[in-house]
Write a protein that binds this ligand. Structure first.
Ligand code: ZN
Length: 278
């Protein structure tokens, strides 16, 4: 119950635009700077999407690499989690494997298909098997993103085949239009459906971000924040930075008796090798 709290931050995502908020990091330099600021505030994991020169989501390997290199050049040991979502229907399937070639410690693994707003987020069983194999071959740990209860069991089927190795790290995603609701009841159902002892984290999108984070903290889970999921600090007030959202989550975690996990403490909990930066 009193395990240290792993704070993840998703700085950019594929949906938010600069028109919606001028504070969204878009270029590799901005994304890396935001990641380092969040790390200084207590984030142990940064979940990365990259955008092209027009601000459109892309799976461009060079852009991902630039973000990774800039974060490490700044002396940060934050765990880097690259997205394999391809921006939901934007990047053709082969491109979704590009980030794995950079061998990040973590990459998102969206464990099934759903509707997301007006798009279909397609992750067929055959695709998931290929993705799990590619992650295993590249020594990338899947962050199993769960948009619906069935995705827990999709991932566990792959684990039974030896394609996902324990400890399984689940990221529970609530409140995306087209998927499961951001309710306490749904979060409890998901948590009760997880294999015992598996580390898990949760977030809601939009106005559900902080309430689901708070519930996850109370239940002994971990929490993710950031502008990918919500661009507001409170109703009607834009967040001025990702670090502002991280700082609040860290305060709430500590007030609830959860100390904050450093990146290497998070690595230990997730079964990743420790990293030293120079
Ligand atoms: Zn993402």
């Amino acid at each position: 119950m009193n395990d240290k709290l792993i704070v993840s931050v998703a700085t950019t995502g594929s949906w938010p635009t600069r028109r919606q908020t001028p504070h969204l990091p878009i270029t590799p330099e901005e994304i890396a700077r935001a990641a380092v600021e969040c790390w200084r505030e207590g984030a142990a994991i940064v979940h990365v999407h990259v955008r092209d020169a027009n601000g459109v989501v892309t799976a461009d390997k060079a852009l991902y690499k630039e973000v990774m290199d800039r974060i490490r050049a700044a002396g940060s040991d934050i765990i880097i989690n690259l997205s394999t979502s391809g921006g939901i229907g934007v990047c053709p399937e082969p491109e979704r494997f590009y980030p794995l070639e950079l061998k990040p410690e973590l990459a998102s693994f969206d464990a099934g298909s759903i509707n997301v707003r007006e798009r279909v987020f397609e992750n067929s069983a055959a695709f998931l098997e290929r993705l799990a194999r590619a992650m295993l071959e590249n020594n990338v740990k899947p962050e199993i993103e769960v948009f619906d209860t069935c995705m827990i069991f999709n991932a566990l089927r792959l684990a039974e085949q030896g394609l996902i190795k324990p400890p399984y790290f689940f990221q529970l995603v609530l409140g995306v239009a087209g998927s499961q609701p951001a309710s306490a009841k749904q979060l409890f159902h998901l948590v009760e459906s997880l294999p015992p002892g598996a580390p898990w984290s949760a977030f809601g999108v939009g106005r559900h971000q902080l309430p689901i984070n708070a519930l996850a903290i109370a239940l002994g889970g971990h929490a993710r924040t950031g502008m990918e999921d919500n661009i507001y600090y409170r109703a009607g007030e834009l967040a001025t930075s990702n670090a502002q959202l991280v700082a609040r989550l860290v305060r709430i975690g500590r007030e609830c008796g959860r100390e904050i996990a450093s990146p290497n403490e998070a690595r230990e909990m997730l079964g990743l090798a420790p990293v030293t930066t120079s």
